[in-house]
Design a protein around this ligand. Sequence first.
Ligand code: LIP
Length: 281
Amino acid sequence: GPIPAKELLGVVELAAKTGSEVVMEAVNKPRNIMFKQGKSDLVTETDKMSEASILKVVNGNFKDHLILGEEGGLLGDVASDYLWCIDPIDGTTNFAHGYPSFAVSVAVLFRGRPAAACVVEFVGGPMCWNTRTFSASAGGGTFCNGQKIQVSQTNKVEDSLLVTGFGYDHDDAWLANINLFKEFTDISRGVRRLGAAAVDMSHVALGISESYWEYRLKPWDVAAGVLIVEEAGGTVTCMDGEAFSVFDRSCLVSNGSIHGELLERIGPATKKLMKNGIDFS
Ligand code: LIP
């Protein structure tokens, strides 16, 4: 039968913790050493080291599972019921600059649905880096540093703090989201742009923001975050309002209470893009 969610979660948490220790060591190195070989080189190096340490934990526990890593791509048995989605550093640009908002994100899916997830968020900044750990299992709730957490109860966009993200490609979807940024800045308490999807979603689960959305995300960006939001009582859909899977490439998460109001604007903007032949897949 299926592996119990609790057992999966133990390995997910160990894997994310192991990766975060690799990242912590790199981020605590003085900046001049960090940039010595050029920014992208060293970032890639840390990404790869973090991912390798995570793979070791997964393989050591479940050697027949399929693994999708941002760095290594697809590895293992494609017939497996289990798919691990690994982002060794989500928010790479922030990490490279030592700017807070990056994380290690690990999730395991059972037949395409997230079963267990862990996001280790780096908080603080140079001279005071720390981490906080979000974890969730299907049906088991969401925890932050071991304490159960819930989304906020705010029920109007007017009273909400919103978060979004913009991809590296400055295409039509990017431009459409610039317009959504403008619109929602006008009608909410504010819209933030932090730069790491897993962190942005975990903040909705924690109740410190009401919503996060972004076009063109990848499975490893979203797999852990969406379960963390859902198990904290939040809602997850595509940006056109349709049911979400981690293979969809637009994502809208919220506390649930403001989801309908958000979709009144985000839904039509997204459908218009799709009508113009942009399908996010
Ligand atoms: C990043 C996301 C971010 C998004 C970028 C990128 P990475 O992940 O978390 O929110 O705007 O396009 O995908 O590449 O740093 O792991």
